[in-house]
Design a protein around this ligand. Structure first.
Ligand code: CP
Length: 315
């Protein structure tokens, strides 16, 4: 692997391999000294043109746990806010000797543009590009599902037969797109539930089933239900009557939570709109994997950095 731009490019073996390396990395988190010397001398740059809490900080923790140098570069407070181009920014980072660039950008395809350019000779990791993809989020989601099912004995397993329902703002969700492709590669089936206005037109080419009724989807007893954030910042029109109506029809409230199976995983990539797409009761319930997803994000991002920047096997 030279870059990680999309989960669409991952086959089963590659995806399981990444999850297995993440298991090795999770073992490091259990040690008293949570550090490996693997990426000593390497430089990782977090290049964030959009806000982030989880992704940026977990890449930072991941890079530091692997002993890499880490540069945080955000649009706010840099010359990007003065209009500097992606090309000039990339060439500046290249001149500083960046070995990997973790990029989040509002434009779909920005990570690919960087990877295909000759502006910089670094591994490019897509940390979310517009409404296109967010591959490390899907990998940490799959890792979380696999661990809930198999625990510490999860190495080598895929998600064959798992039934995952993804609910909400599919139209604007790079998380949904990355999950659809990765879950398919890992053998899971995906059911999407949303108002018709929040489903994308390219849906016909996706390996999914689609419904509009959350209560019907809950009656099907999914193994995991993934609630998506309503992305108001990407909405230029009214996609549903109002927040109350959205919550009533497509929100996971306490009453719907009570109808889920005892082992159904309640997932959310964060940040959450509590009281809109998910109630506080559902977000904080024992079925919720929200904080596990955050913790697992560090292991996945360590695995990705390791696989892109180091060749030796983890000791
Ligand atoms: N899930 C996710 O990408 O969160 P952040 O926007 O906080 O990085």
């Amino acid at each position: 692997m030279r870059h990680l731009l999309s989960t669409r490019e991952l086959d089963r073996a590659t995806a399981v391999g990444i999850l297995d390396v993440a298991e090795d990395m999770a073992d490091v988190a259990d040690r008293e000294i949570k550090k490996l010397p693997t990426l000593r001398g390497k430089t990782v740059v977090n290049l964030f043109f959009e806000d982030s809490t989880r992704t940026r900080t977990s890449f930072e923790v991941a890079a530091k746990r692997l002993s890499s140098d880490l540069v945080n570069f955000s649009a706010k407070g840099s010359s990007l806010s003065k209009g500097e181009s992606l090309k000039d920014t990339a060439q500046t980072l290249a001149a500083m000797g960046a070995d990997a660039v973790v990029i989040r950008h509002a434009s779909s395809g920005a990570a690919q543009v960087l990877a295909q350019s000759n502006w910089i000779d670094a591994a490019i990791i897509n940390a979310g590009d517009g409404t296109h993809e967010h591959p490390t989020q899907a990998l940490l989601d799959a890792f979380t599902m696999r661990r809930r099912i198999h625990g510490r004995a999860s190495r080598g397993h895929d998600l064959d037969g798992l039934r995952v329902t993804i609910v909400g703002d599919i139209l604007h969700s790079r998380v949904a797109r990355s999950n659809v492709w990765l879950l398919q590669a890992l053998g899971a089936s995906v059911h999407l539930v949303a108002p018709a206005t929040l489903l994308p037109s390219e849906l016909a080419n996706w390996p999914v089933t689609v419904g509009y009724d959350l209560d019907e989807a809950i009656r099907q007893s999914p193994d995991a239900i993934m609630m998506l954030r309503i992305q108001a910042e990407r909405m230029s029109a009214a996609y549903f009557p109002n927040a109350r109506e959205y919550g009533r029809q497509w929100g996971l409230d306490d009453e719907r939570l009570a109808r889920l199976g005892p082992d159904t995983m309640v997932m959310h990539p964060g940040p959450m709109n509590r009281g809109l797409e998910i109630s506080a009761g559902a977000a904080d319930s024992s079925r919720s994997t929200v904080l596990e997803q955050v913790a697992n994000g560090v292991s996945i991002r360590m695995a990705v950095l390791y696989l892109l920047l180091a060749s030796e096997t983890v000791a």
